[in-house]
Design a protein around this ligand. Structure first.
Ligand SMILES: Nc1ncnc2c1ncn2[C@@H]1O[C@H](COP(=O)(O)OP(=O)(O)OP(=O)(O)O)[C@@H](O)[C@H]1O
Length: 568
C-alpha cells in the first residue's frame, strides 16, 4: 500500500484539481521575480517595459501595470494555494479516516487467535500513533507539490536568464540533494528503532494501568517496574528519537545552506569566469534567494515523510499478522438442528517452537438440545480452548463439527456462529444492547433484572444500560442477562458462577440451567465446582488437552482425519 495510491483511489478528480492549482500557484510565484526585477533594474526581457505611475486612493504607485499584475498574481497565489492546501488536507483527513476504518475491518475480520497473539497494546499503538504519523506525513504533501513546482519554474526562469548560471545551480542542487540522502537514511533507521520502542512502552503503560492494584501494594515491585518497564523504555525511546532528530536537523540545515553556498560561489567566484551582466547577476541571486525557501520547505517535509513511511510499514506488517478468517461472511438461515456431533476435534496453538505449543484433542463428543454438558478438569487442561473450538472462535486444525447431518465448513461457519452465545472469563460487556434494542421484551428484561437483583442498579433505555459501574459479580450478571436476551440455541458459560454469591450460584445452577434445558437449549458449562457436577446430563473431563472421561456419550470413533482445509 502506497500513500499516494490511497489518495488516487480516494478521489482522483480532487487530487488532480489540487495538484493543478498547487502547480499554478508555484508557477505564479516564479512570475513575481521578473516583475520585481523589471521594476528595479529596468530589465525588460521578460516583461514589457512600463514606467507610468498612477495615483490609487491618494497613493502614488510606480509602474502601474506591473503593480496591478503583481497584485493579481498575489491574489491568485492566495486563492490557488489555499484551494490546493484545503483540498489536499481534506483528502488527507479522508484517507487517514479510511485507513483507520480499514484497520477496524482488519481487526473485526481477524481470527481470535491472531488478535490474542498481537495483543491490544500493539493494536492501539497502531490505531493512534501510526495513523497519526501517516496523517502528519500526508499533510505536508500540498506544500511539497507547491514547492517543487516553484523550484522547477524558478529554474526555468534561470535558464532563460543565463544558461551557464542555470547549469551551475542545477548541478549544485543535485549534489546537495544526493549528499542529503545519506544522513536522512541514517535518521530513518533511528526512526524505525524508535517506533519499535513505542510498542514496548505501550506494553509498559498497560501494566501501569491494569496492574495499578498490584503495584500499589508492593513498593519495591512498583519501583522496579517503573525503572525497568517505564523509565528505561522512556530513556531508550527518547535517546533514539533525539539521535534521529539531531541527524535529520543537521541534514536539513545542510540542505538550507546549499542555497546560500551557491549564492556565495556565484557572487564571488562564478562572476570571475563568466560574462554575466549585473542585471542578470541580480536576477540569478534573487531567483536563488527565492528558491532557498521552497528547498527548505521540501527538506522540512522529509522527517515527516520518513516517519509516515515507517508507520506505513508498521501498519502493513500488522495487517499481515491479523490474517483474515478466510470464510464466507454472509449469514444464511440454518436448518433447525437437534444435536451437535464433534469428531476428533484438534487445535494447536501457533508457536515459534513446535515442541512447546499446547494442543487440545483429538476430542470427540456430542451436545444435544435440552441437555447441559459440563466441561471440567484442572487448570490448563484445555477446557477453555475446547470451549472456544465448540463456540467456533478458534478454527480447529483438524476434525469436524456437525449440526445434525450438516458439517460446519468455511461456507456456513458464520451462519452457525449466529446460534451461539458465550460468556468467557474475559468477556466484554458493551454499554449498549447492539442489535437487540428494538426487539426487547420489556417484561422479560424486568423479570431477569429482578431475578439477578439488578433492578435497583441498572435500567435499560433505548437499548442502553444506564450504567456499567457495577461490582464484578453484578457485571457478570448483566452479561448473563444479555446472553439470555439473545435467545440463542447453544450457550457456553466459562466459570460464570465462580465469583458469585451462594444465592446466585444457586440461581445459576438450579434455575437458569434448568430453564435453559427446559427451553430446549444446548448448554455447555465450564466449571471447577464439583458440588454441581451431578446436575449435568454429561460431564467431559479434560486432562492435558485430552478428554479423559468418555463414559457419558458414545461417539462413533474413526481414525482421526485431518480436515484442516475445511476451516482454515
Ligand atoms: N493464547 C494462547 N497462546 C498460546 N497458548 C495458549 C494460549 N492460551 C492458552 N494457551 C495454552 O493452553 C493451555 C490450556 O489453556 P486453557 O485456557 O484452555 O485451560 P483451562 O483448562 O481453561 O484452564 P483454567 O482452568 O485455568 O481456566 C494453557 O496451559 C496454555 O499453555
Amino acid at each position: 500500500m502506497k500513500l499516494f495510491d490511497a489518495f488516487i483511489h480516494r478521489s482522483p478528480n480532487k487530487l488532480f484539481a489540487a495538484i493543478v492549482f498547487g502547480s499554478l500557484a508555484g508557477v505564479a510565484y516564479s512570475l513575481l521575480i521578473p516583475i520585481v526585477l523589471n521594476s528595479i533594474t529596468g530589465d525588460s526581457r521578460f516583461v514589457a517595459e512600463d514606467t507610468a505611475n498612477a495615483i490609487v486612493f491618494g497613493i502614488e504607485v510606480a509602474n502601474q501595470s506591473f503593480a496591478t499584475a503583481f497584485l493579481i498574481i498575489c491574489l491568485f497565489i492566495f486563492f490557488a494555494r489555499t484551494f490546493s492546501q484545503i483540498t489536499l488536507t481534506r483528502l488527507a483527513l479522508d484517507v487517514t479516516s479510511d485507513l483507520r476504518k480499514d484497520i477496524y475491518q482488519n481487526i473485526a475480520k481477524a481470527s481470535l487467535i491472531n488478535l490474542e497473539n498481537v495483543g491490544s497494546p500493539k493494536l492501539l499503538a497502531t490505531i493512534t500513533k501510526d495513523v497519526e504519523d501517516i496523517m502528519r506525513g500526508v499533510k505536508v504533501l500540498p506544500d511539497l507539490i507547491i514547492s517543487m513546482v516553484t523550484i522547477v519554474s524558478m529554474l526555468s526562469f534561470l535558464l532563460l536568464l543565463n544558461a551557464e548560471a542555470f547549469g551551475f545551480v542545477l548541478a549544485a542542487i543535485l549534489f546537495g540533494a544526493l549528499t542529503y540522502q545519506i544522513p536522512m537514511l541514517i535518521g530513518r533507521n533511528y526512526f524505525i528503532k524508535a517506533r519499535e520502542r513505542v510498542d514496548d512502552l505501550h506494553e509498559g503503560i498497560r501494566g501501569l494501568i491494569y496492574g495499578a492494584k498490584e503495584l500499589k501494594l508492593n513498593t519495591s515491585r512498583k519501583e522496579h517496574y517503573h525503572q525497568v518497564e517505564l523509565n528505561d523504555a522512556e530513556s531508550g525511546l527518547i535517546k533514539t528519537q533525539k539521535t534521529a532528530l539531531a541527524i535529520v536537523r543537521s541534514a536539513m540545515n545542510y540542505g538550507d545552506l546549499i542555497g546560500f553556498f551557491v549564492i556565495g560561489v556565484i557572487t564571488f567566484v562564478f562572476v570571475n569566469y563568466s560574462d554575466i551582466s549585473s542585471e542578470e547577476l541580480i536576477g540569478v541571486i534573487m531567483a536563488m534567494l527565492y528558491v532557498t525557501g521552497p528547498v527548505g520547505s521540501i527538506l522540512n517535509t522529509f522527517p515527516e515523510l520518513s516517519m509516515a513511511k515507517v508507520s506505513l510499514r508498521k501498519i502493513t506488517h500488522l495487517r499481515k499478522l491479523l490474517a483474515e478468517e478466510a470464510f464466507n461472511e454472509s449469514v444464511e438461515p440454518i436448518k433447525p438442528w437437534q444435536s451437535i456431533t464433534v469428531k476428533n476435534l484438534r487445535f494447536i496453538y501457533p508457536s515459534q517452537e513446535e515442541d512447546t505449543s499446547f494442543s487440545v484433542g483429538p476430542v470427540s463428543l456430542q451436545l444435544k438440545k435440552g441437555q447441559v454438558t459440563f466441561i471440567v478438569g484442572g487448570n490448563g487442561s484445555g477446557k477453555s480452548t475446547l470451549g472456544k473450538m465448540l463456540t467456533m472462535h478458534y478454527l480447529p486444525t483438524a476434525g469436524s463439527i456437525s449440526f445434525d447431518d450438516v458439517e460446519v465448513t468455511k461456507d456456513n461457519i458464520n451462519s452457525y456462529r449466529q446460534c451461539i452465545s458465550s460468556i468467557y472469563s474475559d468477556y466484554y460487556l458493551f454499554q449498549s444492547l447492539h442489535g437487540l434494542g428494538n426487539k426487547l421484551d420489556e417484561d422479560k428484561v424486568q423479570k431477569y433484572l429482578t431475578k439477578l437483583k439488578l433492578q435497583d442498579k441498572v435500567t435499560i433505555e433505548n437499548g442502553r444500560f444506564s450504567t456499567l459501574k457495577l461490582s464484578d459479580g453484578q457485571r457478570k450478571r448483566l452479561a448473563l442477562l444479555v446472553a439470555y436476551l439473545e435467545e440463542k440455541d447453544l450457550y457456553l458459560f466459562d466459570e460464570w458462577a465462580a465469583d458469585q454469591d451462594p444465592d446466585f450460584k444457586h440461581f445459576f445452577y438450579y434455575e437458569l440451567l434448568k430453564e435453559l434445558r427446559e427451553a430446549g437449549k444446548a448448554v455447555i458449562v465450564i466449571s471447577h465446582d464439583d458440588r454441581y457436577f451431578d446436575l449435568a446430563d454429561q460431564v467431559i473431563v479434560m486432562e492435558r488437552g485430552l478428554r479423559r472421561d468418555e463414559s457419558s456419550v458414545t461417539i462413533p470413533t474413526e481414525a482421526p482425519e485431518e480436515k484442516q482445509e475445511e476451516f482454515v
